[in-house]
Design a protein around this ligand. Structure first.
Ligand code: NAP
Ligand code: GCO
Length: 288
């Protein structure tokens, strides 16, 4: 097999959770281009229906369902349905996630639990559901949506960082426990990417000036820009393909260099150089 063939996903069944827009839809598009059959879910029926229209517009056949990743009965039933109608799931991307930006002392236990349930328990539930099929089939790929917050913290994201830190260790543990079955479990660790999840951090101020956090992130990123969903597609395909068969338990950071860089004084940035980085068109269409 030629080396580029190793990056193909022909005939593989790829399930990307929470892929109605944002990073999940970008992963689905990349996997389709690489030859995979696409399966996705979303918790919100309206977003799910709008995503079906968007996938059709892009010419991407999908199999999907309205499934809450925190509900094991829904997940187990969905995986059984996919196995009957599409085939055994070869690739699982635990992409679905939420964030609540609340100072820790003001956060309720319910708010904390909501974030932990989606961002950490959800990936556990989904991986638990697909691993038996992967073992029967002789192997598989599990890719967890980790984050800069799997490594560092910041104000107001205590639950999210705790979940993403836990997801880093869940990634290493699935690697440890199921690597013997030719299952590779790795994490993709995006930096700051322009999607609906980060839109509040990029909105222009009333006077048209940059959001302070936008200026901060650009001062911490050597490329002085936010990532785009397209930036992540190549790594997502690599981690889902045979090209990464001997990589296991790793979190691969794709952050434009943030984790390597001390950063510069935000006031040094020439604001005139920067247009507001908006989420992609499909994000806006699906996530009203
Ligand atoms: P996003 O725009 O907020 O999209 C999240 C997706 O997950 C939405 O489709 C959402 O559906 C779905 N979802 C939420 N809760 C769910 C549940 N219980 N069951 C099923 N689906 C659910 O997020 P994103 O920016 O694309 O990020 C995707 C993943 O990458 C997340 O895990 C995020 O933490 C991680 N990440 C993002 C960045 C970034 O800068 N954007 C960086 C690092 C890591 P609804 O909208 O219908 O609720
Ligand atoms: C935040 C952001 C981040 C990004 C991402 C960074 O509020 O700090 O939402 O958490 O989503 O996780 O890698």
């Amino acid at each position: 097999m030629g080396v580029m063939e190793k990056f193909r996903l022909d005939g593989k069944v790829a399930w990307i959770t929470g892929a109605s827009y944002g990073l999940g839809m970008a992963y689905a598009e990349a996997y389709y281009e690489a030859g995979a059959k696409i399966v996705f879910n979303d918790i919100n029926p309206e977003h799910y229906e709008r995503a079906l229209v968007e996938y059709a517009k892009r010419g991407i056949p999908v199999y999907g369902g309205v499934v809450d990743v925190t509900k094991e009965d829904q997940v187990q039933a969905f995986v059984k349905e996919v196995e009957e109608n599409v085939g055994t799931i070869d690739i699982l991307v635990n992409n679905a996630g939420i964030i609540k930006r609340i100072p820790m002392v003001d956060m309720t236990v319910d708010q904390w639990n909501q974030v932990i349930n989606v961002d950490l328990t959800g990936p556990f539930i989904c991986a638990k559901a697909v691993i038996p099929g992967m073992i029967k089939k002789g192997g598989g790929k599990i890719i967890n949506a980790c984050s800069m917050m799997s490594e560092v913290g910041r104000e107001t994201v205590s639950a999210y960082a705790s979940a993403k830190g836990g997801l880093k260790m869940l990634t290493k543990n699935i690697c440890s426990e199921y690597g013997m079955y030719n299952i590779q479990c790795n994490g993709i660790g995006p930096g700051y990417i322009a999607t609906p999840q980060t839109a509040p951090l990029r909105e222009r101020q009333e006077d048209g000036s940059m959001h302070p956090f936008d200026r901060f992130i650009r001062s911490k990123t050597p490329a002085q820009r936010w990532g785009t969903t397209e930036d992540l597609m190549g790594l997502a395909v690599f981690l889902a393909s045979e090209a990464s068969d001997f990589i296991n338990g790793q979190i691969v950071y794709i952050d434009g260099g943030i984790l390597a860089y001390l950063g510069q004084d935000p006031s040094n940035l020439d604001e005139s150089k920067f247009a507001e980085q908006k989420s992609s068109e499909s994000d806006v269409v699906v996530k009203d």
